[in-house]
Design a protein around this ligand. Structure first.
Ligand SMILES: *Cc1c(COP(=O)(O)O)cnc(C)c1O
Length: 347
């Protein structure tokens, strides 16, 4: 079984990966124990593995990446603080206002086109705080940036923002839901993206291809605080080694092949551009495009492609298509053929 997807071509998200036979075997054979008591050896092995990859002192497994964002914000702020983010950041837009509810923070969004901002843009909104003003205590970066198009922060700019934030007295937290895609695209090791930040996390359910889980990493002190919030928010588990085994398998088998997904995203982008769409050049595994120059609105495109067996979605007025281990070259060719067929009939 090679990553069969529910639809014929599922470009909805890289969360739509189906565990293959090897991953299922690893899960079935996982050595497990009570994770809440620190007795699950496979979970401990995954936490060690990720903290080694990222060069951090410690790491902790959480049920989801969204919980990592909530736990990270809780660990690095006080109620009433301000958190600087890009205006389309997942932690701000797509988590039900969780950090506002759970940590009492306000967000200070910066409008960007590619999801990354400059030290000057940070300083323009940062505030030392006063009796009536929020103190800027945290900056959240997203690598790759999902809704800006799967874009990669350039390392120099990433480091410059981290240095500036630190000088200012704010902590830095990276939402690395797709950090491994950034590593594959940039050739810059994960540890280099981890070094300048206080904490970061990687998702097990995207590039890694596991059914769930995410690992938050940082200094021993930050991970200890994060572990407290993991329990406080209800994220402690029991035999989580079943999930950890899937992630360990995915790190070995799925992460090393990510360049293939990026190449297929480029192929898809080229096909869509030839068919008349306005396509943002993909940097990783996401293709964002506007089909309206070819005579079809984004929501209609998604519905019509769905009828032709290709699943995509809309995001802020554009279409988003995401490649992953469950999409092969034939899938890309079929998606391009379906788009050509649709757009011919529309124009
Ligand atoms: C998917 C995603 C999340 C949430 O991760 P889950 O594991 O699905 O909860 C957070 N941030 C970004 C940028 C994402 O793309």
């Amino acid at each position: 079984m090679t990553g069969a997807t529910p639809g014929p071509v599922d470009l909805f998200s890289d969360t739509h990966t189906i565990p293959d036979a090897g991953m299922r075997r690893a899960m079935a054979e996982a050595e497990v124990g009570d994770e809440q008591l620190g007795e699950d050896p496979t979970t401990a092995a995954l936490e060690r593995r990720v903290s080694e990859m990222l060069g951090t002192e410690a790491a902790v497994l959480l049920p989801t990446g969204s919980m990592c964002n909530k736990v990270g914000v809780a660990s690095l702020t006080r109620p009433g603080d301000a958190v600087v983010v890009d205006s389309m950041a997942h932690v701000l837009r797509f988590e039900g206002g969780g950090p506002a509810v759970l940590s009492g923070v306000v967000f200070e969004p910066i409008a960007t086109t590619l999801g990354h901002f400059t030290p000057e843009q940070f300083l323009a909104v940062a505030n030392v705080g006063s009796v009536y003003q929020s103190r800027t205590s945290l900056v959240c970066l997203e690598q790759t940036h999902n809704f800006a198009g799967g874009t990669v922060w350039p390392l120099a700019r990433y480091r410059a923002v981290c240095d500036t934030a630190r000088e200012f007295g704010a902590a830095v937290f990276t939402d690395g839901a797709r950090l491994f895609n950034a590593v594959a695209a940039s050739g810059i090791p994960a540890a280099e993206w981890a070094a300048p930040v206080d904490a970061l996390w990687v998702d097990c359910s995207k590039a890694v291809g596991a059914p769930g889980g995410a690992v938050l990493a940082g200094s021993a002190e930050v991970v200890e605080r994060a572990t407290r919030f993991k329990y406080l928010f209800g994220g402690a588990m029991r035999q989580s080694g079943v999930l950890a085994a899937a992630a360990l398998y995915g790190l070995d088998h799925n992460v090393p092949r990510l360049a293939e997904d990026h190449r297929r995203a480029a192929d898809l982008a080229a096909g869509l551009a030839s068919a008349g769409c306005d396509v943002q050049v993909p940097e990783t595994n996401m293709v964002f495009f506007d089909p309206s120059p070819a005579g079809c609105a984004a929501d209609r495109f998604v519905a019509e492609m769905g009828r032709r067996g290709v699943r995509t979605s809309t995001a802020a007025g554009r279409v988003r298509a995401v490649t992953h281990v469950g999409v092969d070259d034939e899938g890309i060719a079929a998606a391009v053929a379906a788009a050509e067929d649709l757009l011919r009939s529309e124009s």
